[in-house]
Design a protein around this ligand. Sequence first.
Ligand SMILES: *[C@@H]1O[C@H](CO)[C@@H](O)[C@H](O)[C@H]1NC(C)=O
Ligand SMILES: *[C@@H]1O[C@H](CO)[C@@H](O)[C@H](O)[C@H]1NC(C)=O
Ligand SMILES: *[C@@H]1O[C@H](CO)[C@@H](O)[C@H](O)[C@H]1NC(C)=O
Ligand SMILES: *[C@@H]1O[C@H](CO)[C@@H](O)[C@H](O)[C@H]1NC(C)=O
Ligand SMILES: *[C@@H]1O[C@H](CO)[C@@H](O)[C@H](O)[C@H]1NC(C)=O
Ligand SMILES: *[C@@H]1O[C@H](CO)[C@@H](O)[C@H](O)[C@H]1NC(C)=O
Length: 421
Amino acid sequence: MQFFILALATVLALTPRPTNATRTSLISRAHKIAVKHSTGLARDLRVAFAGILISDPQSSPSQKAYCVSPSSSTSSTSSSNSSSWAHPSSSVSGKASPTGTHSPSATPSAPPSPWQPIATYSGATFFNGWSFWNTADPTHGNVQYLSQTDAQNAGLAQINSAGNAVMRVDTTPTVSINRSSVRITTDLSFTEGLVIMDAVHMPTGCGTWPAFWSNGPNWPAGGEIDIIEGVNDYTNNQATIHTSDGCSLPTSSTSQLNIQGTVVGGTNCAADETGNQGCGVRSFSNTTFGSGFNSIGGGVYAMLWQNSGIQIFFFPRGSIPSDIAAGAPQPNNWSAPMANWPSTDCNMSSHFYNHSVIFDTTLCGDWAGSAWTGSGTPGQEQSCAQLTGYSTCAAFVQNSGSSFSDAYWEVSSMQIYQYQS
Ligand SMILES: *[C@@H]1O[C@H](CO)[C@@H](O)[C@H](O)[C@H]1NC(C)=O
Ligand SMILES: *[C@@H]1O[C@H](CO)[C@@H](O)[C@H](O)[C@H]1NC(C)=O
Ligand SMILES: *[C@@H]1O[C@H](CO)[C@@H](O)[C@H](O)[C@H]1NC(C)=O
Ligand SMILES: *[C@@H]1O[C@H](CO)[C@@H](O)[C@H](O)[C@H]1NC(C)=O
Ligand SMILES: *[C@@H]1O[C@H](CO)[C@@H](O)[C@H](O)[C@H]1NC(C)=O
Ligand SMILES: *[C@@H]1O[C@H](CO)[C@@H](O)[C@H](O)[C@H]1NC(C)=O
């Protein structure tokens, strides 16, 4: 991993503003170096470039790299009876032992659901079953990710009085380089399933780059699903998949995909073939991300991953289906998804497997930093450079701690379900 970061940093440093063509070859080169140097490392070391969709071809380098540390936590997820619920074509690994923790279950009045929870993260035990990333940010942000102990001692990871999990960025007025932040990954990994996450607030504001996503091993081989992602003052979510070669969208047509969003970037989802652009979809709605999301008290995101394809759904607070509230999800009964990647031209089982779920908030870095002077994306009518008076994202982060008081996740619950036929 260290080799990989150095290799990527080096090729980027040598070519500060690569064109699309050179960016593709740089990514490919850096990835080859990464693969080469990863061979002797731990088997479950995960290396990823995650994606940023850049509609402006003149934009800055868009690569980012994600590493997931080997799962070493001994904490367990609050799961009831995981193995017996695994779908025949699904699999689960990790420490999902029954703990007796209550999982939301169907109320007597809710129709039974074939989707059963294999893990529940909520309330006082929300942080059980996650590993805290505490080394350098692979996406080159101005953050110092803290261990669980350090994050809790600093008040950056806590359960608030409402029983929600809060993950914050440090608001100390000035810092020398990096601000403290939090990045967590589930110890549980799974193949196919339904992830349902309810948040009342998410990080927003100039300099921020929050993400809620899932990732498989040996990136891009195991695939990456970005459920919630965006930067700075954006208000419209951008969901993206990144894959190994041989996976594409059959069309970029909103109506044919039956989505509530626009395909941005291309239809080839293969990271190595597109400079890691991925297949991204930007929501039509300005309440799906950032301050727009927060203005309505957030809502529920659902990521449905089946052999037939992957969909992302968003339900604003106040429009959350009763089956979700009852813990007995009926995805077949939901309205059109925000994003949809059918299996038509993408074999799901060969491109996506063994995912862990991740929350993070980085600052600046490969996307928020490069988009600092950009405008025109929904929510970002003026650039952050104009809005803040700082010519660089890094200088703003170093000198404007109070500006990050809204840079926090407040999550009510996250559940992972699998299909029980
Ligand atoms: C798990 O499910 C099996 C089969 O439905 C059942 O017999 C068993 O009691 C369950 N175990 C727990 C811990 O719920
Ligand atoms: C995926 O998970 C399964 C079940 O835990 C495991 O047997 C397999 O080796 C994993 N595959 C990879 C590539 O990590
Ligand atoms: C700041 O964070 C970056 C990762 O984004 C890391 O490479 C760098 O070493 C950090 N700097 C300091 C002084 O900790
Ligand atoms: C969303 O867009 C509508 C107009 O399309 C506007 O009236 C509203 O203020 C916007 N809301 C947010 C949170 O940006
Ligand atoms: C589907 O939704 C309708 C209302 O929109 C509801 O009446 C019906 O019970 C739901 N079906 C299931 C299986 O949840
Ligand atoms: C999809 O990939 C899996 C795993 O590699 C393979 O077993 C299966 O035959 C493939 N399906 C099709 C339709 O090619």
